[in-house]
Design a protein around this ligand. Structure first.
Ligand code: DSN
Length: 435
């Protein structure tokens, strides 16, 4: 629960904006943040991100800037890079992408040519817009070869992925998802990419924190490139990064006359091809988050996130709610509501009115429109950051079931759950909100 007023300068100079920020914080402090891609950044991350570094222009890279006065900023960026490389065991890191989609745009620029084939999971099967979805630049400029979890089992079939890759011979394969609750087997993807001569790129935006904390396999040894955001499980500021090998194993095949290796092409794709000046305040916030993620307490956190998701998933299944893939290995639960009268949107809206903030989401094989869907995606990163453990998941599960079982006449259930959750939240210290 929010215990004190923050931002004393803003409160005086612009009470209107102050009030809006405060109201959002109060709302988040009295509800359960269960959007699987959201979390709470620490006060330290927020302070670095909100620091005077926002005032500095640093176009270029450490040691090669286009503006003077950047000796300290070079140290900040190198610190973020070195902490990040150590976390994931990477050969090369770029911390300048402004978020996940800009990072993925740079990946294409570094290793693809327009019109070529990219294997990716379509959005309605749990992929990301930038993995070749038709309305995104990646689906317009490149040719998506789709694959995805089975509508029946909800899991990836690696033999089928291999068959598709052998048939289509894509230049690049994305292994990454936004709505897949199971472990991704990067060794299997790597064998397929090797066999067909494709680049392998992992988008770990959702699970980078699980990987950093040792609760999910690390793709870095297997992949040419790894991209991520930093504000989900990583609990950093809103930003992105790219890890890569230094040398390109397909240099002779695709870039025989280029003097730039893979690392250099990634850097050039970010700046100057797609971006101008990096946001050094955000990069400082990333350095802080990477430092936090290297601590033992973060390992405990990452494993607790998974334990909580599993416990909540078991409770929901015991109470008649199906989960895509039949459970979870990660931070995420994908409620499969295809057998219900109500839609994913009905469910997500009712849960939100009751204080459980998640999002409606397609499930593999969904026959409802993407604007209503048959699924709800939820995750435990936020509520685990509050300090919740497995026992608390029984309460959370009971609230979810109480609201869903009352649909379509769930108003009474929503109102009582909303009060109970607001009261429950007062027991926890929320990072970046509570003193
Ligand atoms: N918006 C992110 C998510 O919620 O999964 C993906 O970019």
């Amino acid at each position: 629960m929010l215990k004190s007023e923050r931002y004393p300068h803003l409160k005086v100079t612009d009470p209107e904006v102050y009030d809006l920020i405060y109201r959002q914080a109060a709302y988040e402090g009295s509800t359960l943040k269960m959007i699987a891609s959201e979390n709470y950044a620490s006060f330290s991350v927020l302070e670095a991100t909100g620091s005077s570094l926002t005032n500095k222009y640093c176009e270029g890279y450490p040691g090669a800037r286009y503006y003077e006065g950047n000796a300290v900023c070079d140290e900040i960026e190198n610190l973020a890079i070195n902490r990040l490389k150590a976390l994931f065991g990477a050969e090369h890191a770029n911390v300048q992408p402004l978020s996940g989609s800009p990072a993925n745009s740079a990946v294409y620029r570094a290793i693809m040519k327009p019109g070529e084939k990219v294997m990716g999971i379509p959005v309605d099967f749990g992929g990301h817009l930038t993995h070749g979805w038709k309305v995104n630049f990646s689906g317009k400029d490149y040719v998506q070869v789709p694959f995805g979890p089975s509508p029946e089992t909800g899991v990836l079939d690696y033999d089928q992925i291999r068959e598709i890759a052998l048939r289509e011979r894509p230049r690049m394969i994305w292994c990454g998802t936004t709505a897949y609750p199971r472990t991704i087997h990067y060794d299997r993807f790597a064998a397929i990419a090797e066999e067909v001569g494709a680049y392998l790129v992992a988008d770990i935006a959702h699970i980078s924190g699980l990987i950093a904390g040792g609760a999910h396999p690390n793709p870095t040894p297997y992949c040419d490139i790894v991209s991520s955001t930093t504000h989900k499980m990583m609990r950093g500021p809103r930003s992105g990064f790219i890890l890569s090998k230094i040398e390109d194993r397909y240099q002779e095949k695709y870039y025989p006359t280029s003097k730039n290796n893979l690392a250099k092409r990634v850097d050039r794709a970010v700046f100057p091809t797609l971006q101008g000046g990096p946001h050094m305040n955000v990069i400082a916030g990333m350095a802080v988050a990477f430092g936090e993620a290297a601590q033992d307490s973060f390992k405990d956190y990452a494993h607790q996130v998974v334990k909580n998701a599993r416990k909540l998933g078991e409770y929901l299944m015991e109470h008649g709610i199906r989960l895509a893939s039949g459970g979870t290995d990660t931070h995420m639960l994908l409620l499969d509501l295809r057998d219900k009268e109500y839609t994913g949107k009905d469910a997500a809206e009712a849960l939100a009115r009751g204080g459980i903030i998640a999002n409606f989401n397609t499930v593999p094989g969904d026959t409802r429109k993407p604007t209503v869907t048959s699924g709800v995606r939820m995750g435990t990163p936020g509520i685990t950051s509050m300090g919740m453990k497995e026992d608390d998941m029984l309460k959370v599960g009971e609230w979810i079931v109480r609201i869903l079982n009352a649909l379509p006449n769930s108003e009474t259930a929503e109102n009582s759950v909303r009060k109970e959750i607001a009261d429950f939240c007062t027991q926890f210290q929320i990072p970046g909100l509570d003193d």
